[in-house]
Each structure stands twice: as C-alpha cells, then as structure tokens.
Design a protein around this ligand. Sequence first.
Ligand code: ADP
Ligand code: ZN
Length: 731
Amino acid sequence: MSERGFYMAGDLVSVLTADPLDRRLDYKAPEGGVFAGAFVMVPLGPRRVLGVVWGDGEGDYDASKIRTIGQVIDVPPMRGEMVEFLRKAAEYTLTPLSMMLRLATRAPKLGQPASMRKVLRLGTGAPDKMTDARRKVLAVMEECGGAGFSAAELVALAGVSSSVLKGLLKQGVLVEHAAPRDLPYPKLEVKLAGKTLSPDQAKAAETLREAVRSQTYSTTLLKGVTGSGKTEVYLEAVAEVLKRGRQALVLLPEIALTVEFLDRVEKRFGYRPAEWHSGASQAERRRCWKAVAEGGAQLVVGARSALFLPFRELGLIVVDEEHDGSYKQEEGVLYHARDMAVLRASLCSAVVVLASATPSLESWANAEAGKYARIDLHERFGTAELPDMHSIDMRAEAMEVNRWLSPTLVGEMKTRLEAGEQSLLFLNRRGFAPLTLCRACGEQVGCSNCDARMVEHRFLKRLVCHQCGASRPIPTVCPSCEVEGKLVAIGPGVERLAEEASELFPDARVAILSSDLSETARALKQRIDEIAAGGADIIIGTQIVAKGHNFPHLTLVGVIDADLGLQGGDLRAAEKSFQLIRQVAGRAGRAEKLGVALLQTHQPDHPVIKAILSGEEEGFWKAEAESRLRAGAPPYGRMAGIVVSGENEAKVFDLARYLARNAKAISDLDAQLFGPAAAPVAKIRGRFRVRLLVKAPKGAPMQKAIRVWLAAVKVPPSMSVRVDIDPQSFF
Ligand code: ADP
Ligand code: ZN
C-alpha cells in the first residue's frame, strides 16, 4: 500500500476488517474517493463493520455484488509504518492480520462523530449594566475563555449563580456554541528545567538525548538499582523528543504506577500527558487515540496496548520495569510488549529505552551481544543505600504449627515497631490459604471448571479459583465425603499472614496490599500513598509491592518464602525469583535510613538465594546465560508453545498426537518437538488442555515452519490450537 495512494469514486479497493475472518474484501470507493489507509465503515452482510482501506481491490469477486464503502471516518489514514508494524507483528506471533487490526482500532466509537457539548463564548453584545457578578464572569472569559466553558464550569470558575449567565446570554454578551467533547491536550512545557542530575545521571541523560537527536533506531538498556533515578534520566530523553516535535510513549507494567507517573510528568512538564489503559474511561481513550493520530498528544503513558496507537511521529518508547511479566499478553493476541516496542521503533526510526533494576535475561544478553546499548546507574540517588540482605535458615528456627513468621524475623519487626519504622512482609500468594483440605477424606477442594485448587479469601468469605475467577461460599461440609467440620485451611496467603502479625503485635496497624483488594487503579494508588505516608506499621503484600512504589519509612523487608519461586520446572524460575526478590528488597531503606532485607529459606545454599544475597548480579546473569546456552533455551534458542484445547479430553489428545506425528515441517527445521502432554493446568473453564513444545535453533525460521505444519491440519470447530511464540509461562 502506498502511503498516499488515492482511489477515485467507484475504484475497486481491498478493505481489511477487524472481524475474525482472515481475508480482505473488495469494495467500491465512495463518492469523493478515499485514501489508502483510510479508516472506513463497510457493509458486511447485515452489519456495518470498521475496516481499513488496504490497497487495490483483488477483483476476484462477482463485480455485480460488490458494495460501496459506507463511510470514511474523519481521522488520519493509517500510516505505512503502522501497516508494516501490524504485518510484521502478525507474522511474528502467527496471528491473523485482522486480529492485529483489532488492536489498532481499539478506540471506542471511532465511526461516530465526536459528541458535542454546549459551551459559552464571548459574543458581540454589550451588557445593559455592569454588576460585580457580571464583571467576574467577563474577567474569567477574558483570561482564558478562548475555547469556551460549559455553563457549569463558568458558574464554578466565576463563583456566580447561573441566573447571571442567563442574563448575559439574553443580551448576546455570551453566546452558545457547540464544541467537540474531545478536548485537545494542553501543550507540555518542555522548557521547564528538570532536577539537577548527579554526574552519573547527567551522563546517562546526555547519552539518551544524543540517541534521540540522531533520529535513527536504537535500543538502550538503562539498568540501575531502584531509586537510582532511571525515571529522572529517561524523562530528559522525553523532553528532547518533545522539543523536536516528535511524540513519546512510556509503557508501565501496572495501572497503579500510572497515577504516580502522571503526577511526576505534571511536575516536570506542567501538565498531565495522555493516558491509555483499561482503567481510562471510553471517552478518555477515544480522545487519546484521536489526539495521538493528529499529533496533539505529545506524550502517552500507557499499558502495553498503547503500542498500537496511531502515532504520527513517534520518536521514543520507554519500557519501564522491562523485565515485568505482565508485558507478555497471555490472552487474545499473544505478544510481548517489549519485543513489539523494539519492532515498532525500528520501523519509525525511534529510540527505545528499556529501564530496569533487574533486566530480563533476554535484554541482558542483547546488550552483551552489542545489539542494545547499555547504561548503568550504580548508585541510589542521595544518601539512600541498598539494604543489607541476609537469609534466615528456616531449618534452624523454632517454628510452631501454622505459623510462618520466624522468631528471628519477629524480633526484627519488634525493633522496627519500637523505632516507629515500617516493616514489609512479602508473600506472593493472594487470599487466606492456598489450599482447603478435608481431614476426613483427604479431598482438596478444587474448582469444578478447572484443574486448580480453590483459594480461600477470608475477606470475601469465599473460595475463589485463580484460573477462572469462579467463587463459592466457604463450605462447612466436605463437598466429597460430606463430613462436617473437618475442612482446614492449609498454608499461608497474605490474609493469613496479616492475621498472624496482628496476633503477635495487637497494637500495630497492619495493611494488606494485594491486587484483588482494590477496585480501581486510583483507589489502589491512594491506599499505597496512605501506607507510604505512614498509615501502617506492618505492610503485607503480594508482588504488587515489588513494582516501583516508594515507602520512605520502610526499613525492614521480610521475604516469607524465598523458595516459593524456585520450585517447579519453569525455565525462568531462577530468573524470576532473582528479579522479584531483589525488587522487593529494594523497597527498604529508600530515604535516609538504612534498610535490611531478610529471606526466610530452607535452602540458604541454593545458588539463586546466594546470588540474591550477594548482589553479584553480573555473576548471576552469566551463570544463568551459560546454563540456558547449554540447554539451547531462550534467548539462545527459540521456543513455541502449542496448546490444543477442547471439551472432549480424548479428542484433544488425539488431535495433539496427530499433530506430533505429522510434524515434518518441524523436523526439517532441525527443531525438536516435545509432547503432547497434559498442560500443568490441565483444564480451564471446562476445556481440557494439552501442550506441545517446539524448540528450534536460534536463527531458524520457526514461525514459517509452524505455519506450514499447522496449515496442513484441519481443526474441528469444537477444538482450538493456539500458538505462543516465545512463551513466558507454561501453564
Ligand atoms: P528509579 O526510577 O531508578 O527507581 P527515580 O527516578 O524514581 O528512580 O528516583 C528515585 C527518587 O529519587 C525519586 O523520588 C526522584 O525524584 C529522586 N531523584 C532521583 N534523582 C534525583 C535528582 N537528580 N535530584 C533530585 N531528586 C532525584
Ligand atoms: Zn476455575
């Protein structure tokens, strides 16, 4: 598709729709013609659907039946680089192009004109007499009334009653206009000065500014301990991009962080930037999408799907906390936002900054290989120091039954309480107890739709399945043997830990931070702020506390079960444990006070635990890289997960075995095929799941082979085959 191709009325064009059919349809260009790339509404059967003019019509359809494009939507046409991005992303992830297009058209009600609102502006009339109230209104209008105000806004701003406005309207001093609801974003003030940077920070900022100035693609890994000022540094790169009139995108792994970041942008650039995430309202997202396309949104802060926004002049993408697992989308289109950011940037000569205290092995290896540049910030800003880290050998602690806080840890918590400082207990398990067991028959209460145990949530007073979300009241009778009063909660979750802490320290204020306990991002952020300001003595949190929040009064971090992530056959178990525990430990001692992090473990000599404690990060990455290299595992080899699922277990296995037997395309590739085997979670929402795993040498054209392989197999409609390129989890 040529960027500026134009079709005259009646010309045959091919339109890609966001519907799940993976083919393009021919239409006639409407009256007035249409540009290639235009967003259009087209008739499809009895419906009207959104699509994009993709190029010349294919002409293989009965010409008399070809319909005409219904409406050309009033937004800039899709740019060539976006078309290229969607194509390449679809090819890489083995996703139908139409599904990719859906990601790129996620603006609500794109096809409808912007809704209008009534605003008041100055008219030509003169007031018959001047009153104080009228003077106030006119003063507000003179000062900033260009765009106009709604009556309610004006009443509030001028501090007058609405009858004053009525009088002015009658005399034509004010007039009513219809103005679009999608208000433009205020222009960010890029000339404001940032913080005075330390020499290390200043050097890092200058390196990034230089990359931005070159206006060519590059990726830089910005590695620095928590609190070293990575954010301050990359905001300087943002400033440079904005000065050049280009746009910037900052991706964050969690909505609660967005709120904090918006405040920081406001301090740095005078106003809040555009935001794009599931927590933003429909109106806000539509406003953002359009302003991004028109160039009016200079900076967007968002979740991974912001990569598919129609930037006009994208100059910089920051992926903050780039190691974070939530960048991998695990539903719908299975893509990794970090990798897609690199692809997107390379297609529009933009710069990528990957920021992290504990990078992913992928990014670390890319920096080692020279594919990415790397900048290290070695020190925490100001006087804050990294915490002291030690293990607590649980084999030597005198533990009572159903207690999870070791005497050593409790002693340290007591000291903190007496000093008026905060402690954080980290346990990556939501709810009260991960398992409910019947002592009469041994039954473990499970979900009826999934191969998963129900988790007790005492606040909700329910058992909840963390796979499908199903819940039910906590039973008093065993669902299996029907004996009463024999069900017991086994193991700890954060809620249970809170109970233990409250029993030990009845006067302490105990707060739980868990993603399931706050409804909205703003509510969660507010809770975090209250706690950070000193609103709790003991904080008990899941991995949500690992992500970038500041707790200035926190001087002790206790990791309740440092061994938790080490179990299980996950390829990335060591890497994830290392990242998570180092991140959590980094929460302690951010202000002037020195922090301590204590790891409860049964394996104090485990190499990962030792690496976490010693902080010899490069040593850890090297050892981890070597073992992956030996195993031909990512990032030194390639993988793809294939999940076959359906309601009939035998048929699912049959199809998976058939796939395994007919995999010539895979063996031709010199790749290995493992499975089929029941997936670790063998049933979700009533569907059985069987996995196959492809493992290919690094340079091999794996996607092409998989496409050929799967194209030869007809999948019955009751079953599905999903491909997960570069799988992150193996559930
Ligand atoms: P990181 O992103 O590496 O965790 P931040 O950029 O959030 O680090 O910095 C940690 C804290 O230190 C923040 O409150 C930040 O405002 C402050 N800070 C960092 N660098 C400076 C500086 N040069 N001047 C003043 N404050 C700074
Ligand atoms: Zn379930």
